[in-house]
Design a protein. Structure first.
Length: 120
């Protein structure tokens, strides 16, 4: 989601080291896996983070090499409201990346030999 551990902790509540380590372990064990990366403007859809993500994924020994890029949406917001739970407790102003940003993300992953799909 976010390659910078401090930023990952800010938005997800936990650092990313264990997540990245587990992903590397799964890849090295040659297990099949599918990657889905939610993209949120201002959180993780910036060029630096996408380059770091693509470089990390390219360093893994995996054959599938397809990533589903998931533009942010707030479809689940109404479900939380019905349940009386808080959808976005810190009130971050989340937004979907622009089509231009999505295109650039796809270009970056392609430069690292990683195919992408939007959605999935």
């Amino acid at each position: 989601k976010q390659m910078d551990s401090a930023e990952h902790t800010k938005y997800c509540g936990v650092p990313n080291e264990l997540i990245l380590s587990n992903l590397r372990m799964v890849a090295e064990a040659r297990h099949d896996f599918y990657l889905r990366i939610p993209l949120i403007e201002g959180v993780n859809a910036d060029e630096e983070n996408i380059i770091r993500s693509a470089a990390f994924l390219a360093s893994l020994p995996w054959e599938h090499r397809i990533v589903n890029l998931l533009p942010y949406h707030d479809i689940g917001k109404s479900k939380h409201e019905k349940l009386g739970t808080v959808y976005n407790p810190d009130r971050y102003a989340f937004a979907a990346p622009s089509d231009e940003t999505l295109g650039r993300c796809r270009e970056i992953f392609a430069c690292y030999g990683i195919e992408t799909t939007i959605g999935g």
